[in-house]
Each structure stands twice: as C-alpha cells, then as structure tokens.
Design a protein around this ligand. Structure first.
Ligand SMILES: Cc1cc2nc3c(=O)[nH]c(=O)nc-3n(C[C@H](O)[C@H](O)[C@H](O)COP(=O)(O)O)c2cc1C
Length: 175
C-alpha cells in the first residue's frame, strides 16, 4: 500500500469481524513499530499483548462498556513506557517536561504500530479510557512503568467514515 494511502486508510475502527489473529502477526507489527524514533534511542515503550481468549477477556473487563462494545472480536495490546528514562539524564529530568518525553516517545511508537498494523491488513482503535489498575494486574505490570492506552487490533466490518481534519493553516505556522 502506498504510504499516503496507508495514512488515509488508517481509521479508528469500532466494529470488528470474528477472525483469528495470530500472535506472530502482532509480533511483526511490533517489530515494525520498534523503528520509531525515541529520546537517545532509549526505547522505553512497552507493550503487553493479549491474544489468548483468557487474556483478551481480562483486558476487555478493564474497559468501560462503550469501549467494550466497540472492540468485540478484536485482540488487545496494552501500551506503557518505563518512567525516568526519556527526558532524563544522570542528574534527573533535563527540563520541565520530565516524563512527558516518555509519553511523547510512546505516542510515536504507537503511531508506528497502528500504521504497521494497517499495512499488514489490520485495523485498530486506540483506547484512552480504561481501568489502569485492572490492566496492571492482568499482566503484572511493574510500577516503574506508566500504563497508557489499550490498542484494539482486528479486521474491520463494514465501512468507516473519515473524521474531518483541520486545514494546515489552522494548526501550523509556516514562515
Ligand atoms: C490518546 C487517544 C485516546 C483515545 N481514546 C479513545 C477511546 O477511549 N474510545 C474511542 O472510541 N476512541 C478513542 N480514541 C480514538 C479517537 O477518537 C480517534 O482517533 C479520533 O476521533 C480521530 O479518528 P480517526 O482515528 O479515525 O482518524 C483515542 C485516540 C487517541 C489518540
């Protein structure tokens, strides 16, 4: 798929077909996501992948009902990052942003993930609304890591409307 087409075809999908999603496919998508840039190449982004019936159900239970409904038949990846790495030097945080640089890195990593997923024939939905403590328990995620989104991964059922976007002049200054 052409890169331009890939960017435009990647949409938040809220209806998924029943299908088998092999762990190996998720591994390949993660491998591509690993090429994302990060602060000093820290690679502090982390993923916890739920593909077995049991793990998928456990993540499902950590979602509010509207996000559960949107992701029936999908599998999940829980995204996180290791705190105190990106944006930090030997003396501590290098500026007032501190761990926000870790969030920045993880966002980039996740962006690569959703595009790589699309390229492999999958659709995704990033979920910011989730129960962090339940997710921590499902995968025994250590406190050194901050949990961010859950990304649902599957194959879309039906068409998806493209959400409108701002004009470049509305979000960028070009001089
Ligand atoms: C950090 C973040 C959190 C989000 N949380 C949710 C969510 O909890 N539930 C949901 O249905 N969509 C969620 N979304 C998806 C956005 O609503 C969606 O990306 C946006 O409307 C643009 O649509 P598009 O992805 O199709 O371009 C989230 C997206 C991001 C980046």
């Amino acid at each position: 798929m052409e890169f331009r087409e890939l960017i435009k075809e990647r949409r938040s999908v809220r209806k998924y077909q029943k299908c088998i999603i092999p762990a190996e496919d998720v591994r390949e998508i993660l491998q591509m996501a690993s090429y994302a840039p990060s602060w000093k190449n820290n690679e502090a982004s982390r993923y916890y992948v739920a593909v077995s019936e049991e793990a998928v159900q456990a993540v499902y239970e950590a979602l509010p009902s509207f996000n559960q409904r949107s992701t029936e038949n999908a599998v999940y990846v829980v995204t996180a990052y290791v705190k105190g790495q990106s944006g930090f030097g030997p003396e501590g945080p290098v500026d007032h942003l501190g761990d926000k640089w870790g969030v920045y890195d993880a966002g980039l990593h996740n962006a690569y993930f959703v595009l790589a997923a699309k390229e492999k024939g999958y659709d995704t939905l990033i979920l910011g609304l989730r129960d962090e403590e339940k997710l921590r328990a499902v995968f025994n995620i250590p406190e050194e890591e901050e949990i961010l989104s859950v990304i649902a991964l599957g194959k879309r059922e039906g068409d998806v409307k493209t959400a409108a976007r701002k004009e470049v002049e509305d979000f960028a200054v070009i001089r």
